[in-house]
Design a protein around this ligand. Structure first.
Ligand code: MN
Length: 435
């Protein structure tokens, strides 16, 4: 932690000082938005976006490499530079936006014209995502899902040893707000029947967090667990849309494929690891009967403060609710700290065979569920595999998603004595499928 996390800091951008803001001066997440001259890197502050390209001259005396990266149209050139540069930029931005800086009046005069109202801004994907991997790091999710398919052995014996994951599809990662078309695929109308090619009838969301890789690693060179944290640039919200009927039919023996690859939605703002520093907590305690992590995944500092205390929420608004001008209802609330594996363990495991990660690669946490029933991170769990539908306020029920349903993910971190920071929203609305 450093001065940028200090809870007493306020900004001359007054909307950043409101108690309900997600973007106080302690947050400073990066995104890409349509600036005056096309896509531009921006920093969220209150209800405004500071255009970094437009004000690059004011970022001096930062090294030229950082200034150049701030003029790019994706975050990748900034991600390449590494943690010291990210931190130097964060410190400079915090000083420039700080209300009590000795030169605050001059900063405000110089920067005010480079602020854009967030409500008017068009956002783009924050990074060029070369690779997307989705993990399965929530033991509560793994146990809940496993209990539907293997009641006698919900958790497979490898779970407590291996951070389970699969190689996902990067090309279909879309930004919050883009509609999601219901996928069409091979579905069975009843167990043992012949498959039909039809729109999915068991469409689901999964609430996850996406970790953006900053600096990569050369092919053949694993990242040691104590160095893994330095490779992580930041986090976003991630919805891993899943067609459960396609998934059930196709997943054996090679795992998820078309049930997942039709769309993955991410939120536009990348909250940096620097902003998350006050919210690092001990990894979830392993019960005494569980094996310790193998040595390559085991690190005292990572066990002490490798997890992140972040509340995550899922909200749903159906078409009928929208037409009746009803607000979205919260379906569940969970916390990232309940994961069985830390972000560093996921990154280290990913590279442990020599696989190279690259700047902009996205690592999904896997559905974040928790021990309580209100912590279930997808409809499959929440409705007990469709058997116990959720009641909606307009008199509807949901086992799985219907056309017109909007799913909104939210995430925030709070801790007494520190400024609350948020991740913004990650939303997507289901469109009908075309057979
Ligand atoms: Mn997933």
């Amino acid at each position: 932690m450093d001065d940028t996390n200090h809870p007493g800091r306020q900004s001359w951008v007054t909307s950043a000082n409101r108690p309900d803001t997600e973007f106080p001066v302690q947050n400073l997440p990066f995104g890409v938005f349509r600036g005056a001259g096309g896509p531009s890197i921006g920093v969220a502050i209150g209800n405004q976006i500071l255009d970094l390209r437009a004000c690059a001259n004011l970022l001096e005396p930062l090294p030229a490499g950082i200034l150049e990266a701030c003029g790019a149209t994706t975050l990748n050139p900034l991600m390449v530079l590494g943690r010291e540069c990210w931190q130097a930029l964060r410190t400079r931005l915090s000083d420039l936006l700080w209300a009590d800086h000795p030169q605050a009046a001059a900063h405000q005069r110089a920067l005010e014209s480079h602020l854009v109202a967030m409500a008017d801004a068009t956002m783009f994907k924050p990074a060029e995502i070369g690779g997307y991997t989705d993990f399965y790091a929530s033991i509560d999710h793994a146990r809940n899902v496993g209990s539907f398919f293997r009641p006698e052995m919900p958790l497979l014996p490898n779970y407590r040893y291996v951070p389970i994951g699969y190689n996902g599809r990067a090309s279909s990662v879309v930004l919050s707000g883009e509609p999601v078309r219901r996928p069409v695929g091979q579905v069975l109308s009843s167990p043992g029947s012949e498959p039909q090619f039809a729109p999915s009838r068991r469409l689901d969301y999964e609430i996850e967090v996406g970790f953006f890789v900053g600096t990569g690693n050369p092919l053949g060179e694993a990242v040691a667990i104590d160095r893994a944290g330095a490779h992580l640039f930041g986090v976003c919200l991630l919805n891993d849309w899943s067609a459960r009927d396609l998934q059930a039919w196709e997943y054996q023996p090679l795992g998820p494929f078309l049930a997942k690859s039709f769309a993955t939605t991410i939120s536009p703002w990348v909250v940096t690891m620097g902003a998350l520093a006050p919210f690092r907590v001990a990894a979830r305690a392993r019960p005494a009967e569980d094996p310790p992590p193998l040595p390559y995944l085991d690190s005292e500092p990572d066990q002490q403060e490798g997890a992140i205390d972040m509340t995550l929420e899922v909200h749903l608004r159906s078409l009928r609710m929208r037409e009746a001008q009803m607000k979205a209802i919260r379906l569940s609330r969970t916390n990232l700290r309940t994961l069985y594996w830390t972000p560093a363990q996921l990154l280290t495991h990913h590279t442990s065979n020599g696989c190279n990660l690259e700047p902009g690669d996205l690592l999904g946490s896997g559905t974040v569920s928790g021990p309580a029933s209100e912590n279930r991170g997808c409809l499959l769990e929440l409705t007990q595999n469709g058997r116990e539908p959720v009641m909606l306020p307009a008199g509807e029920t949901r086992s799985f998603l219907e056309d017109g349903d909007e799913i909104i993910l939210r995430g925030y971190c709070e801790r007494p004595g520190f400024a609350r920071i948020g991740l913004g929203e990650c939303s997507g609305t289901i469109q009908s499928g075309r057979a």
